[in-house]
Design a protein around this ligand. Structure first.
Ligand code: SF4
Length: 195
């Protein structure tokens, strides 16, 4: 089917296939934990200050989550964001539809290779510093779909993951524990050390 400007749907499918194949080939192994690979880069660029505590307090009390949730773990996230579990106490009650307004990605669900380029793009558009929580077995390793040709065997193949929360799905209490771990990690960030 002709779409316009001489491009047809077959061309678009072929292009999409190439993008996915390139991403697959570059995602043969898991990315390292971000605090390690960022060290050198940040140390090179930022002068030591004494405002770590203030910055970290601000960051850990205003985690803004972007909303690309891909599968069933999402429902546990929805429960967690209800009044019963009260994530407003972490400054997380506002979900962001634009990744440019978000600094936290919670990978609530199975990720297919077809969807992977879009999720990677969303991550790249998020504001720095940013964090990723891999929620559930699918987010960690592909879960029960890990052997499928169509499923990414863990978000850490394409994104640097800070915290892993096991379960299928993890209950809201587990997600809260993971968020608390991330908050502790943020508390320890040092501009001087770059971690
Ligand atoms: S871990 Fe379980 S609940 Fe979560 S997305 Fe995978 S299959 Fe669904």
């Amino acid at each position: 089917m002709e779409i316009g400007s001489g491009i047809n749907s077959m061309d678009l499918d072929l292009h999409e296939g190439h993008v996915i194949e390139d991403l697959k080939n570059s995602a043969a192994s898991a990315l390292p934990e971000p605090s390690r690979w960022l060290d050198e880069e940040i140390e090179r660029n930022i002068i030591t200050t004494t405002v770590d505590k203030l910055l970290n307090w601000g960051r850990k009390t205003s985690l803004w989550t972007e909303t690309s949730f891909t599968a069933c773990c999402t429902f546990e996230f929805i429960s967690t964001s209800s009044s019963r579990f009260d994530i407003a106490r972490f400054g997380m009650e506002v979900l962001r539809s634009s990744p440019r307004h978000a600094d936290l990605m919670i990978t609530a669900g199975t990720l297919t290779w077809k969807m992977a380029p879009q999720i990677k793009r969303v991550y790249e558009q998020m504001a720095e510093p940013k964090w990723v929580i891999a929620m559930g077995a699918c987010g960690i390793s592909g879960g029960i779909f890990a052997d499928s040709y169509a499923v990414v065997p863990g978000y850490n193949r394409i994104l640097p993951v800070d915290v892993y929360i096991p379960g299928c799905p993890p209950r809201p209490e587990a997600l809260l524990a993971g968020i608390e771990l991330l908050r502790k990690k943020i508390e320890k960030r040092s501009i001087a050390k770059g971690n």
